[in-house]
Design a protein around this ligand. Structure first.
Ligand SMILES: Cc1cc2nc3c(=O)[nH]c(=O)nc-3n(C[C@H](O)[C@H](O)[C@H](O)COP(=O)(O)OP(=O)(O)OC[C@H]3O[C@@H](n4cnc5c(N)ncnc54)[C@H](O)[C@@H]3O)c2cc1C
Ligand code: SF4
Ligand code: SF4
Ligand code: SF4
Length: 410
């Protein structure tokens, strides 16, 4: 059962948990529904029917958006270690370090715990930043992070809060007003995949490895930034040392394919109100897809990653140039060319219903064969996927393109 009482309609509910945080009677708990997404569950005994949750819910009363970005940049951390640990160019970690160093800020973001749950946590030391680095491609539990944020703000602390746009929308509706000492970061968001499928995927990998998995990195970059590489380990914390027991990129790993093929996204993601150039946070971060490197400084970008960075408010814009980020000024038109989620949500596949009805009867391997199979690879794609940029790769790519032309594959 998704919920016993609705705060908003189920297809619009983003799972942001603003309702659970605002309820003074602690009557709302976020629980997993059938497909593995979090929904509010109201305890009718505790509920006094005050209506606060409904008014606060951003699906009922959308949060006001900022104007078009003031600053648009591609960029990356000047520190290679920071950049390699991050999903794209490491902009998040540099922004967070700056706020901790200069404003003694509390930073909220998403960490993976040992049960492989993505959870919103706060940190106050640069040494702990690694926990928040890297995308976790499942929806995080907000817990009481909005209440904690209010607690810190009321005591005059600086807070940097990061999350999906709907979570930033949830935070802002919960807080009701702007705070000078609050800075927010949202991501350009493809949508969040089902936790149920993630759990079954982990069991599937555990079956292959013959032991438990306690550690996962969704965007490992030893070879490539562009092909999404998942890496897992038995012991927690090992992946930060670049040691993996299993790794698989888009062409090997079923979860990444499942995520990018869209049948497993949360229903609200197909009608997301945040897929716009007008944003809900002070900073917006994403991958700068389609980056065309043409200088010496760009030579490693395919492996190390490039961030898209928007400054959406004057206060965020005034600080960005002081951070340890190699910035290049870009235009909004350039950003729009490569990031569809700035214009419209991903369309719900016409096969979504069929997929979920299969999911209730087939086992995970059968699902992988039928739904998450790997499409045929062009030789040139395989070369880009397997080899790091080098002279050898350039030569191989030339031959591959020639072959594909002769075979009329391109
Ligand atoms: C579910 C999801 C979908 C995304 N979809 C797109 C997309 O369609 N296009 C695109 O260009 N970029 C997308 N991104 C953003 C991208 O993957 C990077 O997170 C972003 O570029 C920031 O990278 P970074 O190198 O600056 O920092 P990183 O260190 O990689 O970023 C970490 C930041 O992401 C936050 N974060 C991590 N996991 C989650 C989560 N589950 N929920 C909320 N916040 C989280 C952390 O709190 C932290 O702020 C998505 C991210 C997520 C989590
Ligand atoms: S506040 Fe968020 S979690 Fe609660 S009903 Fe609205 S969208 Fe769903
Ligand atoms: S109506 Fe009021 S008491 Fe009931 S769940 Fe909503 S906020 Fe809580
Ligand atoms: S696509 Fe929209 S609704 Fe879905 S998780 Fe992202 S911001 Fe939230």
């Amino acid at each position: 059962m998704e919920s016993n009482y609705s705060v908003c309609t189920i297809d619009k509910c983003t799972g942001c948990a603003a309702c659970a945080n605002i309820c003074n009677h602690n009557a709302i708990e976020m629980c997993y529904g059938e497909e593995g997404f979090l929904f509010p569950h109201i305890d009718k005994i505790k509920c006094v029917d005050c209506g606060l949750c409904k008014i606060t819910c951003p699906a009922n009363n959308p949060v006001s958006l900022y104007k078009e970005p003031i600053g648009v940049y591609s960029g990356w951390s000047k520190d290679d270690n920071v950049r390699m640990r991050s999903a794209s160019g490491g902009a998040f970690a540099e922004i967070a370090s700056f706020f901790i160093k200069h404003y003694n800020a509390v930073v909220f973001g998403v960490a993976m715990n040992q049960n492989l749950d993505a959870v919103h946590v706060s940190i106050e030391k640069i040494e702990d930043l690694y926990r928040l680095q890297g995308s976790k491609y499942i929806q995080s539990h907000i817990g009481d992070a909005y209440r904690q944020t209010l607690y810190f703000l009321q005591r005059g602390r600086f807070v940097l809060f990061s999350g999906t746009p709907c979570q930033i929308g949830g935070l802002r509706k919960f807080l009701k007003k702007d705070y000078e000492t609050l800075f927010t970061i949202d991501l350009i968001c493809h949508g969040v995949p089902s936790k149920r499928i993630f759990i079954d995927y982990i069991k599937y990998i555990e079956g292959k490895l013959g032991h438990r998995v306690r550690d996962i990195k969704f965007r490992e970059k030893k070879c490539s930034w562009i092909f999404f590489n998942i890496a897992v380990n038995e012991q927690a914390g090992i992946s930060n040392k670049n040691i993996y027991e299993y790794e698989g990129g888009y062409f090997e790993d079923p979860f990444i394919r499942a995520f990018l093929r869209d049948n497993i996204l949360r229903p609200s993601c197909y009608q997301c109100q945040y897929t716009k150039t007008k944003r809900t946070a002070d900073y917006t971060l994403a991958d700068w897809w389609g980056y065309a490197g043409n200088s010496r400084m760009d030579k490693d970008f395919e492996q190390k990653g490039v961030s898209l960075i928007f400054c959406n408010t004057h206060k965020s814009f005034s600080l960005i140039k002081n951070m340890n980020i190699l910035l290049r000024q870009r235009t909004l038109t350039e950003a729009l060319e490569t990031n569809k989620s700035l214009q419209y949500p991903f369309v719900m596949p016409s096969t979504r219903k069929e997929f979920w009805s299969d999911y209730s009867v087939l086992n995970f391997s059968q699902i992988v064969d039928k739904w998450f199979y790997c499409e045929k690879l062009l030789p040139s794609t395989y070369i880009k996927y397997k080899y790091r940029p080098s002279m050898m790769r350039k030569i191989l790519l030339k031959f591959a393109h020639l072959y594909e032309k002769c075979q009329k594959l391109i």
